[in-house]
Design a protein around this ligand. Structure first.
Ligand SMILES: NC(=O)c1ccc[n+]([C@@H]2O[C@H](COP(=O)([O-])OP(=O)(O)OC[C@H]3O[C@@H](n4cnc5c(N)ncnc54)[C@H](OP(=O)(O)O)[C@@H]3O)[C@@H](O)[C@H]2O)c1
Length: 390
């Protein structure tokens, strides 16, 4: 039987990363539903070229410029752009029903704003856009009449639990956290952990930055900030619960005491597919959840003494202005230094705490304010690294 469903066109910012490649695996699985019109990467040109060869988008971009002569002959059907232009064209100029923003870091903010200004439906994996520019992004999405479709697994879970809620507002959100690889370690051992240990996540396979953030629980701090903007929920009503099996992806509590949760095996293709096909559910190629085989699911409190990121999230949201941007920028710079093996794991939290303390009260009224706060946070970390003070 012939389907009369329209094919959705998709632009992916950050197609060579963990989320981007999983989104492309869904396009591969459902060629009758999705067609790729634009792809971008940062510096992984070989992987981008392979993707262009397979998915044949009209546009591809690299945010780190290359010599155009390096583009292989057989890819000349595709228009290439480089630098900042790459994200802008892929987000706003190339025709696309949906823009998946799956770049890592604050680079996502510009991509989201470009896409929303062009009236595109944004599927949001990138956390940092909401962490740094949540008020600008949600305001623009509201005015464009294009609510963001979350891809982050916890936020997708909450979004799924909110479907069909009519006028019932949730009274609180439960964000689940695996606890990362250091959940059972003591502070001294966590402090000295190596990149190889931090990159060994117990349940999820993800990009390097978010995997390190999961180990420090800065990932959960960013997610609290993300949830605050996505669901317009004050920080004190967003509770973190450590759930080491990563089966319950998050939950919503209503005023009658009902708690709705979304469950599934830890597989990012589920929330990516939910956003891509929304409101339909489509096969993802993953394993089904077998609750009987799971046996038991456990829950425990997060430990803000062992993982100060949990405390810093609430403090930065309460401080307002650019405090969350400072936390994010300092964390990005500190994680990069940790992955270069310049600082111990414990140095990440020390540097971020020090940056938040040293740079209070910066404004975040405009995108320029946000970039300036981000620049100052990174400069602060760079100075401390030069002084050997991490
Ligand atoms: N992975 C997950 O399971 C997961 C789950 C929830 C949320 N997220 C969020 O989704 C985002 C992407 O995560 P990921 O794990 O997919 O990251 P990743 O594997 O590191 O991939 C990042 C992507 O962004 C590109 N990129 C890197 N730096 C860039 C820059 N400065 N400007 C433009 N593009 C840049 C990379 O290109 P190159 O390959 O060329 O470097 C790559 O395509 C993050 O914000 C993360 O927090 C991820």
């Amino acid at each position: 039987m012939q389907s009369n469903r329209a094919v959705r066109t998709l632009s992916i910012l950050g197609s060579t990363g963990s989320i981007g490649t999983q989104a492309l695996s869904l396009v591969r699985l459902h060629p009758d539903r999705f067609r790729v019109t634009a792809l971008t990467a940062h510096r992984n040109r070989e992987k981008l070229f392979e993707q262009v060869r397979e998915f044949r988008p009209a546009f591809a971009g690299l945010t780190e410029p290359i010599d155009p002569a390096e583009i292989p002959e057989d890819l000349r059907f595709c228009h290439f752009a480089f630098g900042e232009e790459a994200l802008r064209v892929a987000a706003a100029e190339v025709p696309a029903d949906m823009v998946l923003v799956s770049v890592v870091g604050i680079a996502g903010l510009a991509g989201v704003l470009h896409a929303l200004r062009a009236g595109r439906q944004v599927l949001l994996a990138n956390k940092e856009a909401l962490v740094t520019g949540g008020h600008l992004v949600t305001d623009l999405a509201r005015r464009a009449g294009k609510p963001l479709l979350p891809v982050d697994s916890e936020h997708s879970a909450i979004f799924q639990c909110l479907q069909g809620r009519a006028d019932n507002q949730p009274v609180s959100l439960w964000l689940t956290a695996s606890g990362g690889p250091f959940r059972t370690w003591d502070r001294a051992r966590i402090d000295a952990a190596t990149p190889a240990e931090a990159l060994r996540h117990p349940n999820w396979s993800m990009g390097a930055k978010i995997t390190v953030d999961s180990a420090s629980m800065f990932n959960k701090a960013l997610e609290i900030m993300e949830a605050r903007w996505l669901f317009d929920m004050p920080a004190e009503k967003i509770r973190v619960v450590v759930h080491p099996q990563s089966i319950v992806h998050s939950a919503v509590e209503f005023r009658d005491g009902a708690v709705l949760a979304q469950l599934g095996v830890p597989d990012m293709r589920v929330p990516i597919a939910y956003a891509m096909a929304y409101p339909e559910r489509i096969p993802t190629g993953g394993e089904p959840l077998d609750l009987i085989r799971m046996g038991s699911l456990t829950f425990e409190p997060g430990d803000p003494v062992k993982f100060p990121a949990l405390r810093l999230a609430g403090e930065c949201l309460a401080a307002g202005g650019a405090a969350c941007t400072v936390l994010n920028g300092a964390n990005e710079a500190a994680v990069a230094a940790f992955l270069r093996e310049e600082i111990p794991f414990g140095g990440i939290t020390r540097l971020v705490s020090a940056a938040v303390e040293a740079l209070p009260g910066l404004p975040a009224d405009t995108i320029e304010d946000i970039y300036e706060a981000d620049r100052r946070a990174r400069a602060f970390v760079a100075q401390r690294l030069r002084e050997g003070n991490a």
